[in-house]
Design a protein around this ligand. Structure first.
Ligand code: MSK
Length: 669
């Protein structure tokens, strides 16, 4: 690697553990994504969305010239077939949505298949952990939970309920006609918009396939019509595949409630066998967590001279086992190669999504076994790459095989460099947990939250979610945006790698409220005992933000639909196609969504107008883009203030400056 083409560690991350490990990797001549981002420039035409490669007569590239931009020349750009910039950019964008929705929803399908196998007694290592969630979920699917016996209504057998849920749920992926069931959970006025604009989804599979058909050469040539299908598909994911997956996972593995966790590379141990579980799907990682606690595996660790195991997560597999079991997080998406560089990882066990292929290369520089586990996600390179196929019918046995493989590798460790950084955090704020926290067991409710939004102590609610992106300074955009929001009394809900950035920056503790939050939000956090930033789970769990927002509408006083709420969403460092699918389901649900990385649309002014202006007319939500996180936060706050004004609660906000007497009057719970 030549000197000038290396990243400067201090310039590419605000996280000291990342900076330390980058120095070590570079000293050893080991390249990471940070270096590759310096070496490889992005393609301007691609980033503007105006490269069409859907037939073999192209790629047709339609660069936006300065003269067109300034209006000095008419925009006559065309592909070989005559495709306009807006058709090309719209096709590219909805294909990204299809891929993103397919990823989450296919993950959801594998969860539903395992749930069904469990319900029919074919996957004995899984069980129903949360019976209350089973009952709630039955209600969403219209499955009866009681049965008449004589004159009495008695509870149905839980396995019978689970079997019925499983059969209906699995059918939702392939529904050809009519309406998918789960979007009926949205506020009625939001549902009415979807019916009016013809975007209520059928089965997820059908919506994804239809996008692929409509974006084939010579089919849909109306950018608004293409985006309409993108909106429909996104709802099938957000209010369908993702939401069903979250519920079924909660039933099998437990609904998250607040617990303590630790984050950053310092969670790895010198004297223990370190296993990293990485990706998104918790079906295997749950079993690995169970496996390391079995007596035979505990004994096995001793036989190789280790004092036990650390199972630490990366990416959203990490969030899944963190929010349910308090298992530590080793790092986010951009830290995956650096975990291997510690020399302390016996096995990097991956499932699906956000796994860099370079893990195979970097693992070869160490003793680390790179273990792929899913039949749909193998890796063809690397002498340390091993495939141990996951299969839900023998899940615990397979997990033990992987744990043993890691333990056997412990003796092969070379030099170890584990940075000392770890941060404590409080995580696990599911919709149910927020409700409980606000009102207690018997009167759990969102009303106290609404009261505090109406009286202005809380100015609004923003979901800040999504990835880290190697084209930006690692963690910076998330932290700068979130600090600006909470300083202005906006409570933040977070998931994915954004949640990890918050954990590393110390924002996920109740004490953070006194340091970073505005006076109104700090008062509420102190009274209720919550952080100003609530960790709600994985990327898939963005569906929890939808259900929490729906609870807010139902609690009353803040309008009739999601679009009425003083709320917004943001993905300041997104990189994955899943983020495009997620962003669109929030926009279609009525939410203003701010990005810090541009969508590939800016080569087509008409498409930009549609996404950033016209969509608000249709769905109540729209896209926005601002690369400066503080300026983006201010735009979000302006949007919140506009919504407060429309609700007639803007004057309440002006009375927020509280003295001690006001504080004593504060009634939260
Ligand atoms: S893991 S999708 S990099 S948030 Fe969900 Fe992080 Fe983005 Fe993957």
């Amino acid at each position: 690697m030549s000197e000038e083409k290396k990243a400067v560690p201090e310039a590419v991350s605000i996280d000291t553990a990342t900076i330390k490990m980058l120095h070590i990797a570079q000293e050893r001549g080991q390249e990471t994504i940070f270096d590759r981002a310096v070496k490889m420039k992005q393609c301007n035409i691609g980033t503007e969305g105006i490269c069409c490669k859907i037939c073999s007569q192209g790629p047709c590239r339609l660069p936006m010239t300065k003269a067109i931009k300034d209006g000095a020349e008419p925009d006559t750009r065309k592909g070989l077939c005559g495709a306009s910039p807006e058709t090309i950019a719209a096709r590219n964008l909805v294909r990204m949505m299809a891929a993103g929705c397919a990823s989450h929803s296919d993950h959801g399908r594998s969860v539903a298949e395992t749930f069904r196998a469990m319900a029919y007694g074919e996957a004995k290592d899984y069980t129903i952990k949360d019976e209350l969630k089973l009952i709630d979920t039955a209600g969403y699917f219209g499955v009866p939970t009681t049965v008449k016996e004589g004159d009495e209504e008695v509870p149905r057998d839980k396995w019978e309920i689970a079997r019925e849920i499983a059969d209906i749920a699995l059918g939702q992926w392939g529904t050809q006609q009519g309406q998918m069931i789960y979007p009926r959970r949205a506020p009625q006025a939001t549902q009415d918009r979807w019916v009016k604009h013809g975007v209520w989804p059928r089965g997820i599979d059908r919506e994804v396939v239809e996008i692929m058909h409509r974006t084939h050469m010579g089919v849909d040539q109306d950018y608004r019509n293409l985006l309409k299908q993108g909106a429909r598909c996104s709802l099938g994911n957000g209010w369908g595949g993702s939401m069903m997956a979250t519920d079924l996972q909660d039933i099998m593995f437990g609904t998250p409630y607040p617990n303590n966790g630790n984050i950053n590379l310092g969670v790895l141990a010198h004297n223990k066998i370190n296993i990293i579980v990485h990706g998104h799907d918790p079906l295997l990682s749950e079993m690995i967590v169970a496996a390391v606690h079995t007596p035979d595996m505990i004994e096995y660790a001793k036989t190789v001279g280790a004092e036990g195991y650390v199972v630490a997560g990366m990416c959203c597999t990490a969030n899944e086992i963190l929010v349910r079991h308090g298992m530590p997080i080793a790092g986010d998406y951009l830290q995956q190669e650096l975990a291997v560089v510690t020399g302390a990882v016996e096995a990097m066990v991956v499932d699906v999504q956000c796994v860099m292929e370079n893990l195979a290369n970097i693992s070869e520089c160490y003793h680390t076994k790179f273990v792929t586990t899913m039949p749909i996600a193998k890796c063809a390179i690397g002498k340390n790459t091993v495939h141990v196929e996951f299969e839900e019918h023998h899940a615990l046995d397979i997990a033990k095989k992987i744990v043993k493989l890691a333990a056997d590798n412990y003796k092969n460790r070379g030099q170890v460099n584990i940075p000392s950084e770890t941060n404590k955090m409080v995580v696990g704020f599911s919709t149910e947990a927020i409700k409980y926290h606000l009102g207690g067991t018997f009167r759990g409710s969102f009303v106290p939250l609404n009261d505090n939004i109406i009286n202005g102590r809380i100015r609004g609610v923003v979901g800040v979610v999504g990835c880290n992106n190697a084209r930006m300074e690692h963690d910076r955009v998330h932290i700068d945006m979130i600090k600006e929001l909470i300083k202005n009394d906006v409570i933040v809900l977070t998931t994915g790698c954004s949640a990890m950035a918050c954990g590393k920056a110390g924002l996920l503790t109740p004490e953070a409220a006194a340091v970073y939050a505005g006076p109104g939000l700090a008062e509420v956090c102190e009274t209720v005992g919550i952080p100003p930033v609530l960790h709600m789970g994985s990327c898939l769990d963005n569906s929890r933000i939808l259900t929490a927002a729906t609870e807010v509408v139902k609690a009353g006083g803040l309008g009739k639909e999601l679009a009425d709420l003083p709320a917004a969403g943001a993905a300041p460092g997104w990189m994955s196609e899943k983020a495009v699918g997620i962003g669109q389901y929030f926009v279609t649900s009525g939410v203003y969504v701010m990005l810090g990385v541009p969508l590939p649309i800016y080569g087509s002014p008409k498409l930009v107008e549609h996404l950033e202006v016209e969509m608000e007319e249709l769905y109540g939500g729209k896209w926005a883009y601002d690369p400066d996180p503080v300026s983006a936060a201010r735009k979000i706050i302006d949007h919140i203030d506009k919504k407060r004004k429309a609700l007639g609660i803007d004057t309440a906000r002006e009375r927020v400056l509280m003295d001690m007497a006001d504080r004593q009057k504060l009634e939260v719970a």
